[in-house]
Design a protein around this ligand. Structure first.
Ligand code: GSH
Length: 222
């Protein structure tokens, strides 16, 4: 049975799950819910995703939510399908795997946390006509810049965020990275400011599966 994604075709989280399916060559079917009509807050949806955000997947009756958990599930179950595995083997490559987990934790603590705040202040709320105190938004943007300064140090010593191999953790940066660069809030390609971040972003943002998913669905949210 084809893996089903219940999400929204404009949602960056849904696109991430679609990208991982593409990486592992898994056929998928997207059911795009209307977020403005709050279809993701209805009782039927909440039975599958109690937190009421998109997406969740149904893989032949197995239901899972949270995009990072979904990505890891797909990457583990369909590991053999990928051209490159996208995560180290925890048994045979325990040190590489530990570094991968370190990067995964850092991504949620120092990237997603700040990038999602900035996206909320400068993309989502304004798109609904709500203003945010500019000094507050600026402070939250500074937090993200401070994280990117650390990224610059990390990426000056290794090619990708978890080491010298491209991994799922690089892919996890694509949703907010793309959203914030397309709205010209972040310039991740600024070689003068952060040359290693620029080199990394140029590389990972060219991922064909991610770009295919962008073309298939319009580039705006929600
Ligand atoms: N922690 C969730 C985040 C998912 C998320 O932020 N989804 C957004 C769309 S990109 C959403 O459902 N927004 C609508 C809402 O919050 O009501 C995950 O990892 O899956």
């Amino acid at each position: 049975m084809v893996l089903k994604i219940y999400g929204n075709r404009f949602s960056i989280s849904t696109r991430l799950v679609a990208t991982v399916c593409e990486e592992y060559k898994i056929p998928y079917e997207l059911t795009s819910l209307n977020l403005l009509f709050k279809e993701h807050k209805k009782e039927e949806y909440l039975k599958h995703h109690p937190y009421g955000v998109v997406p969740y997947i149904d893989d032949d009756g197995f239901v899972l939510y949270e995009i990072r958990a979904i990505a890891r599930y797909i990457a583990t179950k369909y590991r053999k399908n990928a051209a490159v595995p996208l995560f180290p083997d925890p048994i045979t490559e325990s040190e590489k795997y530990a570094k991968y987990e370190q990067a995964a934790s850092a991504e949620t603590a120092y990237w997603d946390k700040y990038a999602s705040n900035v996206a909320q202040d400068l993309v989502t709320l304004p798109s609904f006509g709500f203003g945010v105190d500019p000094s507050y938004a600026q402070k939250r943007l500074q937090n993200l810049y401070a994280s990117l300064d650390v990224y610059e140090t990390v990426l000056s010593k290794q090619k990708y965020i978890a080491g010298d191999e491209f991994s799922l953790i690089d892919i996890f940066h694509l949703p907010y990275g793309t959203l914030l660069t397309s709205h010209k809030i972040l310039n991740l390609l600024d070689e003068d400011k952060r040359p290693n971040v620029a080199r990394w972003w140029k590389d990972i943002s060219a991922l064909p599966s991610w770009n295919r998913v962008q073309v298939q669905v319009p580039d705006s949210w929600p």
